[in-house]
Design a protein around this ligand. Structure first.
Ligand code: CUA
Length: 346
């Protein structure tokens, strides 16, 4: 990125970038085409049909069915192409591939806090491997921000109290701009950073290296800061004990709350007869608003943890719950455990 560079379009550095640009060019082409036709006809007709004699009067036109059908059907067809193409692109950008490298993003006034699944944390910088999908699970600690990497054509709003997911697959090693694209207060313009795309081996080394101590401020307890090198799942396991979640959510079930083993990703039947898929949003809601969705067979006795956990801690707990797979612990007989685990998970 040289200072004298002033490209009309940002570099295309992800698998989606060209796709987004094609649609954009198509929209421009359609707009230019109609602009030229309409403006050209307007100017041409004002010259051709200008009043040349004092007593000249035009004759009236009483409709033209053919013309009306044409100007209804053609624009309809064009807008449907734009809709279909746009929807296809939107879904492609909204659905991350299963094997993606996972990164958590927390936006706050005015910085981006990121953490890789493996544990490494970053602030206003995101290191990713080239040629590998990266999935971002994003939330905000305060107001609405927007995570924008122009070179990847990735832009998703980051909202408080909700998870949004974005993904990209970077195609060229290098450094790219990262912006906040939603006005979020006085230092919105300073909420910037960079994305560093590395060769896979270099990235693995970077991921494994011991990071310099990152000072964490606001919303993060000292305990969480100490665990900066820990994976989110390990930090979540510690929190699970610290917040006494294990008292009611015992792995074998039978306590006040449902066992959480194997819950993540499963379909949970609720007390009101509805069922819900246990994803990030469901686990999050169950922590912050436990009486919102009561699991069938249980009482609404869990206290809320609203205001007691930072966004990062909630993500850690979710990662821990995700790691509780419905497999019998090592050393235990296969015969005795799976049915119980399966029961308590539902
Ligand atoms: Cu954050 Cu603008």
């Amino acid at each position: 990125m040289r200072a004298y560079d002033f490209p009309l379009f940002p570099e295309q550095a992800s698998t989606m970038a060209a796709q987004v640009d094609y649609l954009y060019f198509f929209l421009i082409a359609v707009s230019v085409f109609f602009c030229v036709i309409i403006a050209g006809t307007l100017i041409g007709f004002s010259i051709k049909f200008r009043r040349t004699a004092e007593n000249r009067v035009g004759h009236r036109i009483h409709g033209s069915t053919g013309l009306e059908v044409a100007w209804s059907i053609i624009p309809f067809a064009i807008t449907m192409v734009i809709f279909g193409w746009g929807a296809w692109l939107f879904f492609a950008q909204a659905r991350p591939p299963d094997d993606a490298h996972e990164v958590f993003v927390v936006g706050k006034q005015w910085m981006w806090k990121l953490q890789h699944m493996e544990g490494r944390r970053e602030i206003n910088e995101l290191h990713v491997p080239v040629g590998h999908s990266v999935r971002l699970t994003m939330t905000s600690e305060d107001v609405i921000h927007s995570f924008y990497i122009p070179a990847f054509r990735t832009k998703f709003d980051v909202l408080p109290g909700r998870y949004t997911t974005a993904w990209f697959n970077a195609t060229k090693p290098g450094e790219y701009h990262l912006f906040c694209a939603e006005y979020c207060g006085t230092e919105h313009s300073g909420m910037i950073g960079k994305v560093v795309v590395m060769e896979p081996v270099a990235f693995q080394n970077w991921l494994a290296e011991t990071p310099p101590v990152v000072p964490m401020t606001g919303g993060v307890t000292t305990a969480a800061a100490d665990s900066s090198a820990q994976s989110p799942a390990a930090a979540g396991a510690a929190l699970f004990t610290q917040k006494a979640c294990a008292t009611c959510h015992q792995p074998q079930g039978g306590a006040l709350g449902p066992s959480l083993v194997g819950v993540y990703g499963s379909t949970v039947t609720l007390a009101d007869g509805n069922s819900v898929t246990a994803d990030d949003a469901y686990v999050r809601e169950s922590i912050l608003n436990p009486t919102g969705k009561i699991v069938a067979g249980f009482q609404p006795v869990m206290p809320t943890f609203q205001g007691q956990l930072s966004e990062e801690q909630i993500l850690q707990l979710i990662q821990y719950i995700k790691s509780l797979k419905a497999t019998p612990p090592a050393g235990q007989g296969v015969a005795q455990n799976p049915p119980a685990a399966a029961d308590s998970a539902s």
